[in-house]
Ligand binder design. Structure first.
Ligand code: SF4
Length: 370
C-alpha cells in the first residue's frame, strides 16, 4: 500500500521515517498550499473548522498522487476533532475515492495503538522493527522541537534576513533522509551547527513572545502565515508553547513512562483561576499559557492563534481579556481562515511588536528612575 497522512507542521518527517523503516511506501502530500485549501474548502461544510479543510485537501492531493491508504486519528475530546475521521471517510467515499482508512484510535490506547496500526499499514509484523520505527518517530519529533528553539533564537538576531532559515532547511533535508538513530542524531547536530553559523547581533534589542493556541494552526506554517518567521523578521524571539513533543508526552506516552510535569498539566494548573474545566481542544492550555507568561514574566507578550469557528478557542479568546488585565500581559488573538490576507496580518503583528517594545522601554526607564 502507498500510505499517506495529513500535514501538521513537520510531523511528516517523523511519520515518513517510521513507515519507511517498516518497509512501507509513503506518499507525502504536497505541503499545504492554496490548492490544498481550495480542494478542502470546496468539499467541506462552510462552518467546519479550518484544519479540517486542509486535512481533507491533503488527502485528496495524496490520492491524486497515488496513495491508496490513509492514516487518520480518532482523538478523545469534546470538540470536532472526535468527528474528523468519520466525516473525512464519508466525504472521501462520497467523492468516489476507493482507499483504505487506517485509524489511530487514541480512545483505545496509546503506544499499543501505534504499534497495531503501523503493523496494519505496512504489513510488517516484526516487533523489533515496529518498536524501532515508533522510537524513531518520537526521537525525530523531540529533535525537531529542540532545533526550533535554537532556530528562534538565531532568527530574531540574524544580520541578514533569511540566513537562519536557509541553514535550517539544509539541516531539515538531512533529517528527512535519516533512517537510523545514529544518522538522525548526526543530522540534528549538523542542523544546530548550521544554524549557529548564522551571523547574528547577540546584543540586538529583541522582544520575546510566547505563541499559544490551537495545536494545528500553531504548528502549521501555511495556516498561520508563517507567524514565527514573520515575528523573527521583526526581531522577536518566539517561544512556541504548543509543541508536538509535549503532545506526544501527554497523549501518547503511558503515564508510567512520563518524567516530570507535562506542559499540559502545568498549563491546566495555571488556568485554574480563570477556567476550571476542559472545554475541548487546546483552550485550557491557551488560557494557562497566557496566565503563566504573565505570572512568571517569561515573555513580553503573547500571540494567540485560533482557527475560525473553533469553539474551544473562542471560549479561550473570551477569557483572555481577564487574564491579560489580571496578569498584566499583552495578548494578540489572531483568527485564521481561508480569507485571511497576509498584508493585514503583518500590519497587526508589527503594531503589536511596536507596543511590546514601547512597554519594555517604559519599564526599563521606570526601573532606572526608581
Ligand atoms: S480544537 Fe478547534 S479547530 Fe481543532 S478540531 Fe477542535 S474545534 Fe476544530
Amino acid at each position: 500500500m502507498k500510505i499517506a497522512f495529513p500535514h501538521m507542521g513537520r510531523l511528516y518527517i517523523a511519520l515518513s521515517a517510521a513507515i519507511r523503516i517498516l518497509g512501507g511506501e509513503v506518499v507525502v502530500p504536497p505541503y499545504n498550499n492554496k490548492r490544498t485549501l481550495e480542494l478542502g474548502s470546496l468539499n467541506s461544510p462552510e462552518a467546519v473548522c479550518f484544519p479540517y479543510k486542509l486535512i481533507l485537501g491533503n488527502y485528496m492531493e495524496a490520492i491524486e498522487n497515488g496513495a491508496d491508504a490513509l492514516l487518520m486519528i480518532d482523538s478523545p475530546g469534546i470538540c470536532r476533532l472526535g468527528q474528523y475521521s468519520s466525516s473525512l471517510r464519508t466525504t472521501l467515499s462520497d467523492l468516489g475515492y476507493d482507499v483504505k482508512f487506517i485509524n489511530f484510535d487514541l480512545y483505545k490506547g496509546k503506544l499499543k495503538e501505534l504499534y497495531v496500526k503501523f503493523k496494519e499499514a505496512t504489513g510488517n509484523a516484526n516487533p523489533i522493527t515496529l518498536i524501532k520505527a515508533i522510537n524513531m518517530a518520537i526521537l525525530i519529533i523531540n529533535m525537531l522541537d529542540d532545533i526550533d528553539k535554537v532556530l528562534s533564537y538565531y532568527r530574531a538576531r540574524e544580520l541578514n534576513p533569511g540566513d537562519t532559515d536557509k541553514r535550517y532547511y539544509r539541516g531539515l533535508r538531512e533529517i528527512e533522509a535519516a533512517l537510523s538513530y545514529k544518522k538522525a542524531l548526526k543530522a540534528k547536530k549538523n542542523t544546530i551547527e548550521y544554524i549557529k553559523s548564522t551571523p547574528i547581533d547577540p546584543e540586538k534589542d529583541i522582544v520575546t513572545v510566547d505563541l499559544v493556541g490551537e495545536v494545528y494552526v500553531v504548528l502549521d506554517q501555511f495556516s498561520n502565515l508563517d507567524v514565527e518567521k514573520e515575528l523573527g523578521r521583526l526581531g522577536v524571539h518566539v517561544n512556541r508553547q504548543i509543541n508536538l513533543s509535549d503532545w506526544v508526552k501527554s497523549s501518547i506516552m503511558p503515564s508510567a513512562l512520563r518524567f516530570g510535569e507535562t506542559h499540559e498539566e502545568k498549563a491546566r494548573k495555571s488556568a485554574k483561576s480563570f477556567l476550571k474545566r476542559d472545554v475541548g481542544g487546546d483552550a485550557i492550555e491557551s488560557v494557562g499559557d497566557v496566565a503563566l507568561a504573565g505570572k512568571e514574566h517569561s515573555a513580553d507578550g503573547v500571540v494567540h492563534l485560533l482557527p475560525f469557528t473553533c469553539m474551544p478557542e473562542i471560549v479561550a479568546q473570551n477569557i483572555l481579556p481577564n487574564v491579560r488585565s489580571e496578569e498584566d500581559i499583552p495578548v494578540l488573538s489572531l483568527v485564521l481562515d481561508e480569507h485571511m490576507g497576509k498584508a493585514g496580518y503583518i500590519t497587526r503583528l508589527e503594531a503589536f511588536v511596536d507596543l511590546l517594545r514601547r512597554r519594555k522601554r517604559k519599564s526599563a526607564l521606570a526601573a532606572v528612575a526608581s
